[in-house]
Design a binder for this molecule. Structure first.
Ligand code: GRF
Length: 222
């Protein structure tokens, strides 16, 4: 049997996306090994989720380091104890240094709550509502030095509902994230999706556009 893809999940907060990975792996719907959950915050609930699932945890606090580069070097040295094949950023609220991204080139995934390239950065849900957009969603992408700018793999899009709040919209987007993030990571783990020459490759061909799944207002995939 082929070795399972050793995966490190990096969290700073609640870790609902981490939980989606734990649940999928637990029921056999996602074939990868959750080797370690890392956080830069000792009180991140994601660490509790990991412990409850029997996954090793590690935590380093960025405040203990002089600068971004030295913190990122320490994080990489810690993660390398597990020799990860894949890093999954799941609400990891840190900008990664160029050296860190290079160290794990093509092995780092992120999920961003917007239909990139629209709305990189923060407060995406409110910005979508303010703009009166009809569609919103989330994007799984490879991480490069460009913040929220790496090549896209998979998007989940869903209609914006009239008069909903940013919190309501965020909750619906998160329900979509819990479906698309494990799916995209599974493609990378099985080698169907790769990062090469600065691009996403899907089934052996460069892909300029991500795969797009459309969901209804209740988060059901259409
Ligand atoms: C997600 O909404 C993701 O898009 C963003 O951070 C959030 C993490 O949420 N990058 P959780 O910690 O997985 O609940």
């Amino acid at each position: 049997m082929a070795t399972r893809c050793k995966t490190a999940v990096l969290v700073s907060g609640s870790g609902t996306n981490l939980q989606a990975f734990i649940d999928r792996v637990g029921c056999g719907a996602l074939d990868l090994e959750l080797s370690v959950v890392f956080s830069n915050k000792p009180d991140a609930f994601g660490l509790v989720r990991a412990k409850n699932a029997g996954i090793p945890t590690a935590c380093l606090e960025h405040g203990d380091y002089a600068d971004r580069d030295s913190f990122d070097r320490a994080v990489a040295a810690k993660l390398d104890e597990w020799q990860p094949d894949l890093l999954v950023l799941a609400g990891f609220m840190r900008i990664l240094s160029a050296a860190f991204v290079t160290h794990y080139a093509g092995k780092v995934l992120n999920i961003h709550p917007a239909l990139l390239p629209a709305y990189p950065g923060l407060n995406t849900h409110q910005r979508v509502l303010d703009a009166g957009d009809k569609w919103h969603g989330s994007t799984v992408h490879f991480v490069t030095e460009e913040l929220d700018g790496g090549p896209r793999i998979l998007q989940g899009r869903l209609p914006v509902v009239a008069n909903e709040t940013a919190d309501q919209l965020a909750a619906r987007v998160q329900a979509v994230e819990h479906q698309i993030y494990p799916e995209a990571a599974g493609w990378v783990a099985e080698g169907r999706v790769t990062f090469c020459d600065g691009k996403t490759w899907i089934d052996g061909a460069p892909a300029n556009e991500p795969i797009v799944h459309t969901f209804d207002i209740n988060g059901r995939k259409l």
